[in-house]
Ligand binder design. Structure first.
Ligand SMILES: C[S@@+](CC[C@H](N)C(=O)[O-])C[C@H]1O[C@@H](n2cnc3c(N)ncnc32)[C@H](O)[C@@H]1O
Length: 480
């Protein structure tokens, strides 16, 4: 018994020694990289310089080689597919290039370095992977990361949004998605896209996916067709439902059905139903931000899709039933420069009176700290802020929100780094999503992925082009 205890203690000590040796080596690695890095102008800079030449030929038109490098470093650090292909030779040549330059690329070392450039780093462990398209500043990414997702690829072409994205997530997104070959995008479980709403010029000609050519939706559909992720979340303005009398939505849903994806609107309804029936069903995919803890009236449609046959129906998250209050996002000591001048305030009031007399809508939206929620924050809030004015001091004019308050109104955490230009910051938060809404959706997606995993991974399904129509071939009655 005694010898057993001695052996156990000895083993424990030995393990402890190995652990401290590994820790010391790791610290030495970091010190060495920092030394090389400081010579080359920053630790990650050192890695980027070494990888630059290899990244240039693989960089798609409209993207920066730094996007390729950042993706590679994340892929090596967290063990997922490197941009440019599944061939293991690519990963080897990246590691060899670094080794030749005297730069080590162990996972703990790289993760540590990546922390340097990310205010909100990737989580250490993950349960599923996703890609972040039309990424803006990564609001959707934050929601899916919070539920165990790992981002393996991002794309956003606006350079100011790219800067904010890199500061916060540690990677420069790829640029124009229309210049990307779908097959070059890494495998993923979930595709995220908050894409701009555009009309389809061929809509109604029944060309299938070709109806959507020349729009950004076409590029999303091509990626879905090529990579077959299990789920996709498409976010858009509520107005998508009525855009072009419902034609835009109908073409989007028909295209997705053609390529083998389903959503909560039944296949029969999408294929045979009138625009009105589809529109009514789509209204159930609209969520309001103030139902998820942020004091903002924002309403958006969230089209949640899954590979045909993967699940029966998606349970959209239920409202939290918790009261919201504008005061919860306000600074106690706001910058006095946010307050409207007498002239500007008089102009707002005059326009509102004129509008009311002409029977038009209101000119501005006034809230107090006790209001339950504010109007929707728009990307043009920098103009005059008139959609949300805060009356927080008796006897003083109302004021605009600060960029930080705009961030909180969208549910971004305070450690999120805001762009240094207020104009860009308002634009970026106005264009973004309410993070808690995305988190609630991500929770449901993660739960579905976990139960799919428990019952065994399905094989990759082929696109079910026109399958729905064939199945319904005998059915000619038009649903209305
Ligand atoms: C509505 S915003 C999405 C914001 C994002 N969901 C977020 O959380 O910040 C749409 C974004 O798509 C970007 N975009 C538009 N066309 C693009 C393209 N061809 N390639 C890449 N990004 C594009 C815009 O710059 C804009 O930031």
């Amino acid at each position: 018994m005694k010898s057993l205890l001695v052996e156990k203690a000895w083993k424990g000590e030995a393990q402890q020694r190995v652990r401290s040796k590994q820790k010391a080596e790791h610290e030495l690695d970091i010190a060495m990289v920092k030394k090389i890095g400081s010579r080359l102008g920053g630790s990650l800079e050192a890695y980027s310089r070494v990888l630059w030449d290899a990244a240039v030929p693989l960089t798609p038109m409209g993207s920066d080689p730094q996007a390729v490098i950042d993706q590679w470093l994340h892929a090596v650090a967290y063990g997922f597919e490197c941009f440019g292909g599944t061939d293991p030779a690519l990963r080897h040549s990246i590691l060899n290039a670094l080794a030749k330059a005297g730069l080590r690329a162990t996972q703990p070392l790289l993760r540590n370095l990546l922390l340097e450039v990310a205010a909100i780093p990737s989580p250490a462990a993950h349960k599923f992977s996703f890609i972040d398209l039309f990424a803006g500043i990564g609001g959707m990414r934050l929601g899916f990361q919070a539920e165990g997702g790992r981002c393996v690829f991002s794309s956003e072409w606006d350079s100011a949004a790219q800067q904010t994205y890199r500061k916060n997530h540690g990677e420069l997104p790829f640029g124009d998605i229309t210049r990307m070959h779908p097959s070059s995008i890494p495998e993923h479980d979930v595709l995220l896209a908050g894409f701009p709403c555009q009309p389809f010029s061929h809509a109604g000609k029944k060309l299938g996916i070709e109806d959507t050519r020349g729009t950004l939706f076409y590029d999303i559909a091509q990626i879905l067709k090529s990579k077959r992720p299990k789920f996709a979340l498409l976010e858009n303005v509520r107005g998508l439902i009525s855009h072009q009398g419902g034609d835009t939505l109908r073409v989007i849903l028909q295209t997705l059905t053609d390529i083998g994806y389903e959503c909560n609107i039944p296949r029969e309804c999408i294929i045979l139903g009138s625009s009105r029936v589809i529109q009514d069903a789509a209204k159930r995919m609209v969520l309001r931000s103030n139902d998820f803890g942020v004091p903002q009236k924002r309403q958006r449609i969230y089209i949640l899709l899954w590979q045909e046959g993967l699940i029966g129906k998606f349970d959209y998250p239920r409202p939290m039933q918790a009261p919201t209050r504008v005061g919860s996002i306000l600074d106690p000591n706001p910058d006095p420069r946010l307050r409207l001048s007498d002239r500007l305030w008089a102009g707002h009031q005059r326009r509102k009176r004129d509008n009311e007399l002409a029977g038009k809508g209101f000119g501005f939206g006034l809230v107090t700290p006790d209001s339950d929620c504010a109007n929707t924050l728009s990307a043009r809030y920098y103009k005059d802020g008139s959609e949300i004015l805060v009356l927080d001091e008796v006897g003083l004019n109302p004021r605009k929100l600060s960029p930080r308050e705009a961030a909180r109104l969208q549910g971004f955490p305070d450690r999120f780094e805001v762009h240094s230009s207020a104009v860009q910051a308002y634009k970026q938060f106005g264009n973004s999503v309410s993070v808690p809404v995305i988190e609630a959706l991500a929770r449901q997606v993660a739960a579905n992925l976990a139960s799919i995993k428990r019952r065994g991974e399905p094989g990759r399904r082929s696109a079910g082009s026109k399958r729905g129509l064939a199945k319904l071939g005998s059915r000619t009655a038009r649903l209305s």
